[in-house]
Ligand binder design. Sequence first.
Ligand SMILES: N[C@@H](CCC(=O)N[C@@H](CS)C(=O)NCC(=O)O)C(=O)O
Length: 236
Amino acid sequence: MSDTEKKATTSTSPSIVVYWLADSRADRILLLLEELELPYVIEKFERGPDKLAPADLKKIHPLGKSPVIKDGDKVVAESGFIIDYLISKYGKEKHLKPTNEEDLFQYNYFLHYIEGSLMPILVMKYIFLNLQKQAPWLVKPVVNGICNKIDQLYLGPNIRTHLDFLEGELKQRKWLAGEQFSGADIQASFALEMLLKRSNTNEENVPNLSRYVAAMRERPAYKRAMEKVNKTCIAE
Ligand SMILES: N[C@@H](CCC(=O)N[C@@H](CS)C(=O)NCC(=O)O)C(=O)O
């Protein structure tokens, strides 16, 4: 390779670092980068015994959450924004963002719905499950009683509503934003696997949702992303 060719390769290849936290939404970004076939480096972080991210992540972004990426000298946080940012900057020819009005409408809706409406319920469910696991034995019965009541009155019915909503949406089309796989599906990947895992529902009750998650797991990019973090699927 000549010097000019070397220079061209260096200046056009992005230098992307993904700050990846175990058992987190960061898997979404690996899926995306594999779909986009972009070169990237993963810096892996493990959760502490309290299940929180290590303080070192705050050196990358003040909130200390994952995913966060560095693209050259730009730090980009918020998975929905990272997805749209990377697709808009590097993914034009991969068609991960719809161009027709109706599919683009769904793309934007689902990019926001996943973090704005679905994830808060799933995070609450996760927090209460951990609270029950970690409660000292003396107060365990009280903690369990409170957590079960919250589950019965609030979390359970909300999870059911989201399951029904998503099942209805996926009955109408193959992917969330139309017949073509898009960034909205990448945003949904982590949330929908967690939704199925935490809802105690079985496949027959949500055939379209189950079909959707199975199709996602069959994508070569999904498989390559999971290999990079030694997993077989997101909700392992
Ligand atoms: N809305 C943010 C949420 C980021 C977030 O809360 N990430 C979680 C992992 S799924 C995290 O870093 N948790 C560790 C902690 O809170 O200490 C996004 O979509 O990127």
